[in-house]
Write a protein that binds this ligand. Structure first.
Ligand code: DSN
Length: 421
């Protein structure tokens, strides 16, 4: 396997559009010189990116392999069939739809297929780690459906399964959504299945964040329990930015119809090709080793934060991310994010469960290890980064401390260049 350092793209773009080329070049520099700790980001392989940048971007293919609304689909049919077969093989699923443009569209298609507008959804609250599409009032999921939210236990920070059951019994939802965007513990899908069965609800799992860990067998598998599974392809799974759906075979027709013509038109065949490549990459032993390291790095960072006196929500992590609760430190997640950015460390502000601050300010930050692990960083580098974060956040003058650490952060980045396999 060859490793190749990121390089600026070839000259066509530079000649045709120097402004966009300049922005792309600057983004390459930013990715190289910054420590990327956004838990939902990663570096995709050159093979994935070549697929995204291929001629397949020019092809319309509304419909599904063998039943398209356009001619000339023989090669994109092959691409989509491969993507479907690989998604099913990777996750042991009976059925896959690889057309959703992103995770939100995957979630939307499942809800459209499973329940009627006005039906009831029980999902994890955004403010406790869930996702907008799990029933937030500003999102279609809270607008078109009656949404009820569960959360985590205030003392432990762990999912409150007793609350999920109580709400399910009280509210009688049509569908229960398990899955999160900012939750650092394993999710017991069997427990959710039991609750769903008790109240006669569908069980939908959103595995977007943990798909790579599941593919590597490092997180409990939702496939035996869920009626529907939505995912993205670009987080721990390290593919292109996109989405897909897995389901039991009996739901194939309704999911297919919900994706197209339900909510989407022409599928993005270049991205579907990139998803096929990513699914293949995820079947390799190297991918499983990578996921083991993602977990080891996250665990090492969480332990270091705790040792140095910062509060990690739920007291640690079982997966690729953690939430730092800064509410006792007298500053917001927004401020922390800005200070860390001055040291070339990229994180996102995040509300913490039972947050007293607004989402724009937020009481915490979310930290994830998929991207630094793709650069080849192991526990020693992860702990070094955690140490710098503590030094900045606990400093009397965080901005100045961040500025003084910037060259060290860049030095670490030089030691671990962003590369693609
Ligand atoms: N926006 C993604 C995240 O950052 O977790 C979820 O879709």
């Amino acid at each position: 396997m060859k490793n190749t350092t990121f390089e600026p793209p070839v000259s066509h773009l530079a000649e045709a559009d120097p402004e966009i080329y300049g922005a792309v070049e600057s983004e390459i520099r930013r990715q190289n010189e910054n420590v990327e700790l956004i838990a939902s980001e990663n570096y995709s392989s050159f093979a994935v990116r070549e697929s995204c940048g291929s001629v397949l971007t020019d092809k319309y293919a509304e419909g599904y392999p063998g039943r398209r609304w356009y001619g000339g689909c023989e090669w994109v049919d092959e691409v989509e069939k491969l993507a479907i077969a690989r998604a099913c093989k990777l996750f042991g699923a009976e059925y896959a739809n690889v057309q959703p443009h992103a995770g939100s569209q995957a979630n939307m298609a499942i809800l459209m297929a499973a329940i009627r507008p006005g039906g009831k959804v029980l999902g994890m609250s955004l403010s406790h780690g869930g996702h907008l599409t799990h029933g937030h009032k500003r999102n279609f999921s809270g607008d078109l459906y009656q949404a009820v939210s569960y959360g985590v236990d205030e003392q432990t920070g762990f999912l409150d399964y007793r609350q999920v059951r109580r709400l399910a019994e009280q509210e009688n939802p049509d569908i229960i959504i398990a899955g999160a965007s900012a939750y650092s513990r394993k999710i017991d899908f069997g427990h959710f299945r039991d609750i769903a069965d008790q109240v006669g609800a569908y069980l939908m799992v959103d595995m977007a964040h943990i798909a790579g860990l599941i593919a590597a067998g490092l997180h409990p598998d939702p496939v035996p329990y869920a009626d529907f599974i939505a995912s993205t392809t670009h987080k721990t799974l390290r593919g292109p930015r996109s989405g897909f759906i897995l389901a039991r075979r009996k739901y194939a027709e309704s999911i297919d119809a919900a994706v197209f013509p339900g909510i989407q038109g022409g599928p993005l065949m270049h991205v579907i090709a990139a998803k096929a490549v990513a699914f293949k990459e995820a079947m390799s032993p190297a991918f499983a080793d990578y996921q083991v390291q993602v977990l080891a790095n996250a665990d090492a960072m969480a332990r270091h934060f705790i040792e140095r006196g910062l509060r990690v929500v739920s007291g640690g992590t079982d997966n690729h991310l953690m939430l730092l609760d800064l509410s006792g430190n007298g500053f917001s997640g927004r401020e922390a994010t800005e200070w860390l950015a001055a040291a070339n460390i990229t994180v996102n502000k995040n509300v913490i469960p039972f947050d007293k601050r607004s989402p724009a300010e937020a009481g915490g930050i979310r930290i994830g290890t998929p991207a630094i692990t793709s650069r080849g960083m192991k526990e020693k580098a992860a702990v070094q980064i955690a140490d710098w974060i503590v030094e900045i956040l606990m400093s009397k003058d965080p901005e100045e401390t961040a500025g003084s650490l910037r060259s060290k952060v860049k030095g670490l980045c030089d030691e671990f260049p962003v590369h693609c396999c």
